[in-house]
Write a protein that binds this ligand. Sequence first.
Ligand SMILES: [Zn+2]
Length: 278
Amino acid sequence: MCLACDFRFGPARGRRAFLLAAGAAAAAPALAQVDVGEASVARNLVPAENIERAGVQQYHQLLAQARAKGLLAPDGNAQLQRLRAIASKIIPFTAQWNPRAASWKWEVNLIASEQINAFCMPGGKIAFFAGILDRLKLSDDEVAMVMGHEMAHALREHARARLAKNAGTGAALSIAAQLLGLGQAGDLAARAGTQLITLKFSRSDETDADLVGLELAARAGYDPKASVSLWTKLAKASKSEGALGFLSTHPSGPDRIRVLQANLPKVEGLSGRLRNGG
Ligand SMILES: [Zn+2]
């Protein structure tokens, strides 16, 4: 049985009611300006705490590897302090999108790699690679857009939904079984973690993360127009450098930028900035 098809083509009423009830906790907030609808109900097949635990374990493995190579930025690093300051402005708005986020132990780290990359693991574990800051010369507003986008993937539980939807297909089956609590807990991070960090989201998940991230960053006071300048820079970088890291999982094109532009009026008032027609 394909779980994704089962959801798409009409699950049994009782099961659906159960899933909807279980999913109510992560519904879009009533005051949301962007129109993204409910988070996927399929994600409820995987317990949130399991995927958050896997995310946290994988994150700490990555940090340990970076530290061993001397690539983990120390607390006094100016760019790291800048990232943490931006995160601290956005975090107060995250629980509106997922109440579980209120108890996440958010962490932000910087890895001294020239890769253009950044992510937020389930459970609120954020890493930026120096390349995305240095090579794209990101402003604070643009950093906030990257961070908001990555936080939105975690808040909207896209990884959890993707693994649940993959549960009926070959390679992902054992990972899903682990996350569903059917396997040995000790093996969880090693098997699920790799999957989490390399997970490629669907186009609709990407649009969802773009819009939720845009609103998060705007509420934190950042300029929504930076979303357009960010994705313009990313599009340029992927032309000159090919699709590696963030660029491989985040194709930037006119459609993406058009959707963001169309949503700017919905969030510009939130950031406390006057629209200047730019
Ligand atoms: Zn994304």
